[in-house]
Design a protein around this ligand. Structure first.
Ligand SMILES: C[S@@+](CC[C@H](N)C(=O)[O-])C[C@H]1O[C@@H](n2cnc3c(N)ncnc32)[C@H](O)[C@@H]1O
Length: 241
């Protein structure tokens, strides 16, 4: 058993990365913990199925206590903060009673993952262990069949939510980039990519490793919104191998 896991007998909150969709990308450690704990929690946008839960659904043992943290579909931060406050309080009750809790997180918990919101609320009072997962951007590069970055390339992860000018400046100075949170920002991303003359080097990967995965050259996509779980990969390939 690794490091801090052996340090304490106190109940522990585990933040588990479940990868981007394919259950076979779950780590052995995550699978073992799933089989051992009695309480699992996960984020769930109100009215939608939790993606993190659905990825590992076949492995969830009968009879575990499930604690969905119901997140409102809102841009304002306060309602989500309130949901995490309530979720953290519910998890803490189980920890207080000596039950480990496992929080499922799509991809990796600390790569733009929602686990950080619970970690900051719980880690000062209870042991917290983060179990890394396969990130969406590495899975997207694998699905595309092109490296994310090579040798001395500067790879940037850039949220599509940035203002157009800033997005352009970031992509201009990158050798390779993963643009995340594409969704309704797709047309802006494409305008910037076109302006920088990078269209031929860009692809969009949607729902990677899931049943509806799509990998397409950016130029082949019609304008409009893309699904939230879409990533644009840009690889200049200017560094000779
Ligand atoms: C809040 S971040 C979460 C990242 C996640 N924790 C990870 O490790 O990949 C969400 C963004 O990651 C990207 N993403 C996550 N899962 C994806 C998937 N299955 N396919 C394509 N992109 C994905 C999308 O750009 C999405 O908008």
């Amino acid at each position: 058993m690794a490091g801090s896991e052996a340090m304490s007998d106190a109940a522990t909150l585990y933040g588990i990365g479940v990868g981007p969709g394919d259950i076979e990308l779950l780590t052995l450690k995550a699978a073992r913990l799933l089989n051992e704990v009695k309480v699992i929690a996960y984020p769930a946008t109100i009215g939608e199925e939790s993606l993190a839960r659905s990825i590992v659904a076949p492995l969830i043992p009968q009879g575990v206590i499930e604690l969905p943290i119901k997140l409102p579909m809102e841009k304002r931060r306060e309602p989500a903060q309130a949901a995490y406050d309530a979720g953290a309080a519910a998890l803490a009750q189980h920890l207080e009673q000596g039950r480990d809790v496992l929080f499922l997180c799509e991809g990796d918990p600390f790569f733009y993952g929602s686990f950080m919101y619970l970690h900051e609320r719980i880690a000062t009072s209870y042991p917290c262990i983060v179990v890394p997962g396969v990130t969406s951007i590495t899975a997207c590069a694998a699905a595309r069949g092109r490296p994310l970055a090579a040798r001395v390339d500067r790879l940037k992860v850039v949220p599509a939510t940035l203002a157009e000018e800033r997005l352009q400046a970031e992509l201009q100075s990158a050798d390779a980039a993963a643009v995340i949170k594409v969704g309704s920002h797709f047309d802006k991303v494409r305008r910037v990519v076109d302006r920088l003359g990078l269209s031929a080097r860009a692809a969009i990967v949607e729902a990677v490793t899931q049943s509806d995965e799509r990998v397409l050259p950016l130029a082949d996509i019609e304008s409009g919104s893309r699904p939230y779980f879409s990533t644009v990969l840009i690889y200049r390939g200017s560094e000779p191998w």
